[in-house]
Ligand binder design. Sequence first.
Ligand SMILES: Nc1ncnc2c1ncn2[C@@H]1O[C@H](COP(=O)(O)OP(=O)(O)OP(=O)(O)O)[C@@H](O)[C@H]1O
Length: 285
Amino acid sequence: MDTPDSMVARVDGATKTYGSGSNRVIALDDVTVGIPAGRFTAIMGPSGSGKSTLMHVMAGLDTVTGGRVFLGDTEISGMGDAELTVLRRRRVGFVFQSFNLVPTLDVRANILLPFEIDGRRPTLPQREWIDGLIDLLGLGDRLTHRPHELSGGQQQRVAIVRALATRPDLVFADEPTGNLDSRTGREVLGVLQEASRSYGQSIAMVTHDPVAASYADRIVFLADGRVVAERERSSAEEVSAFMLGMEAHGMGSPGGESRGPDPRGLESQGIDSQGMDPQGLEAHA
Ligand SMILES: Nc1ncnc2c1ncn2[C@@H]1O[C@H](COP(=O)(O)OP(=O)(O)OP(=O)(O)O)[C@@H](O)[C@H]1O
């Protein structure tokens, strides 16, 4: 049963460090925060503030150095890779900046891939749910097309249907509008917002874009590996002003010397940007 305070994912005193000695980087510094069930949460902050690291540890794509991580009531810190892989397949969906569709598969096969990888077929209610999403997102006449035959916005819609197809506990979206023009980006954000509002889908979106964050119900601000604020829904102007205020207070100045040299993207996490591993399932097996 979901109360307003029930958390679909949370970290408790999470710390993540990379390297050692003078190369030591503290990507997460004693972070305690939760993602509320059924809501659209943005994780916001300047480059190097720890947004991707936080998402990766909550999604079981990476491990913490200290502290605890929970997906629902399940503690995932301390789980082995095989267990985490199954958990991600069944309980988490992903939407990436680079869409990560499999280029050799058509739209329908891309959407059904999470079922395929998990060795199961959608049930009748699941098929009806997926068909409804396909209609809602206007992809009905593109099902036999391959990704390169689609616009960026259409590709991201396919990725969203794929992420929602299994009705996961939580969808993580990592800069989902980063490769889209601003109008298409707003449409995609509207789809995510709708998924949360109409279907109660829990969504955690990493972004550095105040406009994207303004679509969320709630915004978690990170700077220098720490949570510095949590706010309810805010306009893009309010978010921008808040970010400027953070900078003025010396928080999260880009390129600060405590930040490491490796502004890690998903590719260096082993996730194939060509889309061969769209759920990040195999690379982390
Ligand atoms: N594999 C790694 N090895 C060393 N340092 C890393 C590694 N991954 C991340 N870092 C460092 O950890 C800090 C947090 O990185 P993270 O990618 O989480 O930030 P971010 O807020 O997502 O940044 P961006 O918006 O640029 O993607 C940065 O200083 C980064 O350089």
